[in-house]
Design a protein around this ligand. Structure first.
Ligand code: FE2
Length: 306
């Protein structure tokens, strides 16, 4: 008489998903369990929907391998991939939704943020080299959700120059067009700079290959990055976009949203620096309501250690 054998599950294109999730069900961290189960369900549904072939599977593996190989302490190709697939912008929107109070909308931190930019006094210029671009004043206030001024908030600013280049793209150790300011008792900040120009995202890697294959232009409209915060408030990572840029409504990384579009005013009687064109914007900080930061992005050196 034959010994009864355990019933072996038949694995096919449908049962594989349940089998995988069942095997992962021993995950002790509940958040990791939830995220990984959803990842497997969507990944399998994706493969079934497109009827993924072995050739396409290995092409995908080769693409992700190339993305990883392109990453250095100065370059984060995976973040660029996330940005160009709209995932970073989506994560920003989800983060904004979790806020306890309304605040300025988030935008991408981008790959050119560097920690510890020079601390400057109100009205000082973030420019440290000669520029041919138009001099501008960046000014406004940092307010809480009820409109009260936030004193001593830190306002970090970084931006490309009139050619669309960031300092570290010109020279690895150059510090130019970036600085940290602090608001006064009325929540006011004021910096001098030059008007930025739009730029093309780095196109010399696998993400650039993808963008070209999709017939996309690869440009970001002219913008200035801001990181605004103070202990007790939710930090705001955002950017202001110049509405007259030709790519204002087709940003390759989906950072532009209506409320962040602004303009250079040639004559602004309200500006603290008379006779200089100005960009004015007030930021709103929400009360801190959760642990953790809101940066969708990072200084690449923090991810890939030398
Ligand atoms: Fe940028």
């Amino acid at each position: 008489m034959a010994t009864p054998t355990k019933t072996i599950r038949a694995i096919d294109e449908h049962t594989i998903t349940g089998a995988t999730i069942e095997q992962m069900s021993t995950t002790s961290n509940p958040r990791m369990k939830h995220v990984m189960e959803a990842l497997v369900r969507h990944l399998h549904d994706f493969a079934r929907e497109v009827d993924l072939t072995p050739k396409e599977w290995i092409d995908g593996i080769a693409f992700l391998t190339a993305v990883g190989q392109k990453c250095t302490p100065n370059r984060q190709e995976f973040i660029l991939l996330s940005d160009t697939l709209g995932l970073s912008s989506l994560v920003n929107s989800l983060h904004d939704k979790r806020g306890l109070e309304d605040s300025t909308k988030s935008s991408l931190l981008g790959p050119f943020y560097r920690q510890k930019s020079p601390v400057l006094k109100a009205g000082e210029s973030i420019s440290t080299t000669a520029h041919k671009g138009q001099d501008v004043t960046l000014y406004g206030r940092v307010l809480d959700s009820k409109g009260a001024p936030v004193e001593n908030a830190s306002v970090e600013i970084w931006q490309p120059d009139e050619n669309g280049d960031y300092d570290l793209q010109r020279e690895a150790d150059l510090v130019d067009l970036r600085g940290t300011f602090h608001t006064d008792a009325d929540g006011r900040y004021c910096a001098r700079s030059v008007a930025p120009t739009g730029y093309m995202i780095p196109m010399d890697g696998p993400v650039g290959d993808m963008i070209r294959a999709q017939g996309r232009h690869g440009y970001r409209p002219a913008h200035i990055h801001f990181l605004v915060g103070k202990p007790g408030y939710r930090e705001v990572v955002t950017a202001l976009y110049l509405g007259n840029d030709v790519h204002i409504d087709s940003d390759t990384v989906f950072g532009v949203t209506e409320s962040l579009v602004t303009a250079v005013k040639q004559h602004d009687p309200e500006s603290p620096i008379p006779n200089l064109p100005a960009i004015q914007f007030n930021f709103t900080l929400a009360a801190a309501g959760e642990a953790g930061m809101g940066r969708v992005g990072a200084d690449p050196a923090q991810i890939v250690k030398k």
